[in-house]
Design a protein. Structure first.
Length: 294
């Protein structure tokens, strides 16, 4: 099925004109959209979309390449949903071999931009960030247990799961004409928070009755970060936060822990009126903490 998706970009386009060999922000998106028009998706109901479009000179030859996420919203797919990091490269006049086949009007229109698909790599999770420095492309993505991007019921020929374990990944690539090469210095974080702790909770808290000067003992304090609570031998993150009341501040937070990452525990967090004392109430225990550095 061929889907045509055009993106409205004028509101955010930079005003300055691009230098010779350099693509403006708007022009890079226009070129990507034309190649998206040419996309063909078999046996799925899909809506193609492009994201994280970057115009950057990967090989320092004075001419920009285009790097972007080429993905689809898939319904009823019997194979992995297209979800790749693609590179478009500018054709070099007189140095590019002929296509050797007939092309349709959609491909012809895209080729008139001077840019053609050069390399691509399927990413097995939802892309959250794409960063480029020189010739290095860092792709941060989240793999979920169930996702149309990577179908776990389709094992590899040797019977192994072709999808990575759930978690947050950063894969690094370098580009050379015609190829993206994955680098070995990639990262993996097993447990991923689905939301973040409220700002009022963030900071260091000691067990009630303990002074902050006694926090050399990690069993006496906890620290709330943006997406993690650590201390007292725990590593906990929030999956769902609901504000229950403002006087005093009260939240119902479904948390998961490194010891049981697939189990969510409903927990009530209550701040005192002065916000210097915190009560953490679960079904089987209640803990009280005093804030440090209040």
């Amino acid at each position: 099925m061929r889907i045509w998706v055009m993106t409205v970009l004028l509101a955010l386009a930079p005003a300055a004109e691009a230098e010779e060999g350099k693509l403006g922000w708007l022009r890079a998106h226009e070129i990507v959209d034309l190649w998206q028009d040419f996309s063909v998706n078999d046996d799925i109901i899909a809506e193609d979309y492009a994201g994280f479009v970057r115009a950057v000179d990967l090989d320092a030859d004075g001419t920009d390449e285009i790097v972007y996420l080429n993905s689809s919203y898939c319904i009823g797919s019997s194979s992995d949903c297209p979800n790749g990091i693609d590179v478009l490269r500018k054709l070099v006049p007189g140095k590019t071999s002929s296509i050797g086949r007939r092309i349709d009007e959609w491909e012809a229109r895209a080729r008139k931009t001077g840019y053609v698909p050069d390399a691509g790599e399927q990413i097995p999770g939802e892309v959250m960030q794409l960063q480029i420095k020189g010739n290095r492309i860092d792709v941060t993505f989240i793999v979920r247990e169930t996702s149309p991007i990577c179908l776990r019921h389709q094992p590899t020929p040797d019977g192994k799961d072709h999808c990575p374990p759930p978690g947050r990944y950063t894969w690094a690539y370098t580009w050379a004409p015609g190829k993206l090469t994955r680098l070995p210095d990639s990262s993996y974080e097993k447990n991923v928070a689905k939301t973040h702790f409220p700002a009022r909770l963030q900071g260091k808290w000691v067990v009630a009755g303990t002074t902050c000067e006694q926090t050399d003992n990690p069993k006496q304090y906890v620290t709330f970060g943006y997406a993690r609570m650590t201390g007292k031998g725990e590593d906990i993150w929030p999956n769902l936060v609901t504000l229950v009341a403002r006087a005093p501040w009260t939240w119902r937070i479904f948390t998961a822990s490194a010891s049981a990452p697939d189990k969510e525990v409903p927990t009530v967090f209550i701040l005192s009126e002065r916000e210097n004392r915190l009560i953490v109430a679960e079904e089987t225990r209640v803990r009280t903490y005093d804030r440090c550095g209040f």
